[in-house]
Design a protein around this ligand. Sequence first.
Ligand SMILES: Nc1ncnc2c1ncn2[C@@H]1O[C@H](COP(=O)(O)OP(=O)(O)O)[C@@H](O)[C@H]1O
Ligand SMILES: [Mg+2]
Length: 146
Amino acid sequence: MPVPPPGHPAADLAHDWPLRDFLELGPLPGAVPCARYHARQIMWEWQLTRLGDNVELLVAELVTNAVAVSRTLDWPFPVRLWLLTDLAGVLIQVWDAAAQPPARIQVAEDAETGRGLLLVEAISSRWDWYELPAPGGKVVCALVTE
Ligand SMILES: Nc1ncnc2c1ncn2[C@@H]1O[C@H](COP(=O)(O)OP(=O)(O)O)[C@@H](O)[C@H]1O
Ligand SMILES: [Mg+2]
């Protein structure tokens, strides 16, 4: 499981999550529904269905972005998803191989894209991202609590 570098504002999110799930996906159009459905099942297994809708939405947004940027790379790097819980909150971590950071952008009122991270900010209690020195790329993470 990737952890934020020491001193990073997200470093406190790397505590010892007792329950963990991992899924690796190809950067393909089916990755987003797969990840979403998988997250729903895991929330059920963890008896956290009350957080399920929010977790699903965040997984969908973060994996969509990770797949989109991975498809611009000249190698079909996978996208990796971790779901972690202490049964109070759920930390979603999504890795992609691109160095380019996520950026909240100003969106025009009639724009049809550019609202994903706005939604992530609204739904999560916290979100952040960090670079991974090895194997490279970066992780975008979002915390869901009640
Ligand atoms: N995982 C990511 N890797 C690189 N860039 C990203 C990533 N996630 C988001 N971004 C950048 O941040 C921008 C805003 O993301 P988002 O709010 O989800 O809007 P949209 O995906 O509709 O463009 C994206 O257009 C992209 O440039
Ligand atoms: Mg997006």
